[in-house]
Design a protein around this ligand. Structure first.
Ligand code: PGA
Length: 258
């Protein structure tokens, strides 16, 4: 089964909507039609930029999927500061990151909340990018697989095998996020293969062979080729290096570099 890689730019809390417009325009020059035949590209700006990014992508027919970094799981209500999945769907958002380690660690998101969000995103016909990953302590104690399997099973509980096969899981070792330390291509491949085997065990072989599994954590133009050519790695969730057109487009074009 061939899986089209998905390269996602997670802008985190960077770039206002003017800066967002500039970056999208720069990216539109740097990314070619050939690139998007080979890979899907999603951009995940802060909420205040989404309408701007959507408008320029649609009016100029740019080959980028609009994404979001987060949402609430309820459809509406008294949740000050939150954004409902249907509001994102209305902006033609295609991919929503859920359960990023920063949301889990800084904002107390639990596996149960992640699971409710995954279901709400699917119910609104968008694709979740569900994140999982271990801390350095957990890795050193030999607990990486247990942690990741637990997050994958809990986050996807009650989701159908067909839906699991169509979504995205991002394996992001927490110690590699924003630190400049990348998992070796071999470790990243091993963990992504482990995520796939966890999906196979819980949802069957078909779901496992079609689910896309991204690696995230200090992905850069210099390591993208090695990471993204591993057999179980189907793309990247990119933070810091997605904030500049030059570096993000070179990651998108990882096939051209060694
Ligand atoms: P980084 O972030 O590429 O800056 O390490 C990745 C992420 O948090 O998704």
């Amino acid at each position: 089964m061939s899986r089209k890689p998905l390269i996602s730019g997670n802008w985190k809390m960077h770039l206002n909507h003017f800066e967002a417009l500039k970056l999208v325009q720069e990216l539109s020059y740097a990314v070619t039609v050939d690139d998007v035949e080979e890979v899907d590209i999603s951009l995940h700006p802060p909420f205040t930029d989404i309408r701007t990014v959507q408008t320029v992508c649609e009016s100029d027919r740019l080959p980028f999927h609009v994404g979001a970094q987060h949402c609430h799981f309820e459809a509406k209500g008294a949740f000050t500061g939150e954004v409902a999945p249907s509001m994102l769907a209305k902006l033609n958002v295609s991919y929503v990151i859920v359960g990023h380690s920063e949301r889990r660690e800084v904002f107390g998101e639990t596996d149960e909340m992640v699971n409710a969000k995954v279901k709400a995103i699917l119910a609104n016909e968008m694709i979740p990018i569900m994140c999982c990953g271990e801390t350095l302590d957990e890795r050193e104690a030999g607990g990486a697989e247990e942690k990741v399997a637990g997050q994958v099973k809990a986050g996807l509980a009650g989701v159908s095998a067909e839906q699991v096969g169509a979504l995205v899981i991002a394996y992001e070792p927490i110690w590699a996020i924003g630190t400049g330390k990348t998992a070796s291509a071999e470790d990243a491949q091993d963990m992504c293969a482990f995520v796939r085997s966890t999906v196979s065990e819980a949802f069957g072989a078909d779901a496992a062979s079609s689910v896309r599994i991204q690696y995230g954590g200090s992905v850069k133009p210099t390591n993208a080729h090695e990471l993204l050519t591993q057999s179980d790695i189907d793309g990247a969730l990119v933070g810091g290096a997605s904030l500049e057109a030059e570096s993000f487009s070179r990651i998108v074009q990882y096939r051209l570099s060694e």
